[in-house]
Design a protein around this ligand. Structure first.
Ligand code: DC
Length: 242
């Protein structure tokens, strides 16, 4: 697909893809959503798609490491977004599972599911289809700048210390009314980091040429502002919301 631009400055309402990759708990989703709003672009949360795949595993009883069977189930069920909402709601067929996919049982197996190549193939293809339909996009995940959209106009890698990431996740779950065990959260993040960075297919890496931002000591608005400034500097001819 050719929804990305490399080497030249986009003009007017040309396609423009901005990727944000990084480990769990760096605030990627919030940052990506806000950046997209500021620039007038659409927002894609690819982690939600892997979480939906994990939910499918839980609901169908397919083992999380049965990649082929899971990929077939994903194709059958239809993982899609409702683009009428902002941020887009994650739908499994016609069921809104946006909240359900954040539960700990889903988080507990999602890295195993995301390590299955057949699952990644189906979801990466779907992400590229989404970019065809929504060619002005901020997309976040683990492999967006490295594998899915390597020619994206601007690629970011968002990082933060493990302590800060654990505290953020705890706050997030608490505000969603969930019971929290601090030790469990930290080891969940650590084990997901390990699995995400060590898998064979599309491991979490800093994409070559990506701009690294450490959000440990920065607020969400500060990170968004920094990224917005970088994007506007790098793409002076692109037509963004002013
Ligand atoms: O960002 P998140 O915590 O919602 O991601 C859920 C899981 O999906 C996490 O284990 C990493 C994985 N993931 C991935 O492998 N590739 C992506 N593009 C996005 C997420």
């Amino acid at each position: 697909m050719d929804a990305t631009i490399s080497g030249s400055s986009p003009t007017s309402r040309d396609p423009v893809i901005i990727t944000i990759d990084g480990p769990a708990g760096t605030g990627k989703s919030s940052v990506a959503h806000r950046l997209a709003s500021r620039l007038g672009l659409d927002f894609l949360d690819t982690g939600a798609m892997y979480r939906a795949a994990a939910l499918i595993a839980l609901e169908t009883g397919i083992d999380p490491d049965q990649g082929e069977a899971l990929a077939a189930a994903i194709s059958d069920m239809g993982v899609r977004f409702d683009w009428q909402s902002d941020p887009p709601r994650l739908m499994l067929d016609d069921r809104d599972v946006s909240a359900r996919i954040r539960d700990l049982d889903v988080s507990g197996i999602v890295s195993i599911v995301a390590a299955q190549s057949p699952v990644r193939s189906v979801l990466v293809e779907r992400q590229r289809d989404i970019a065809e339909a929504h060619p002005r996009l901020v997309t976040e995940g683990r492999d967006q700048g490295s594998v899915v959209f390597p020619d994206a106009a601007v690629r970011f890698f968002l990082d933060a210390s493990i302590e800060v990431r654990a505290q953020r996740r705890i706050k997030q779950l608490a505000s969603a009314g969930q019971t929290i065990d601090e030790h469990e959260i930290r080891s969940d993040i650590e084990s997901r980091d390990r699995l995400d960075t060590s898998r064979d297919d599309a491991p979490l890496i800093k994409p070559e040429g990506a701009i690294v931002i450490d959000s440990s000591n920065k607020s969400l608005p500060e990170v968004v502002e920094e990224m917005e400034r970088i994007v506007r500097d790098r793409l002076p001819d692109a037509e963004f919301t002013s």
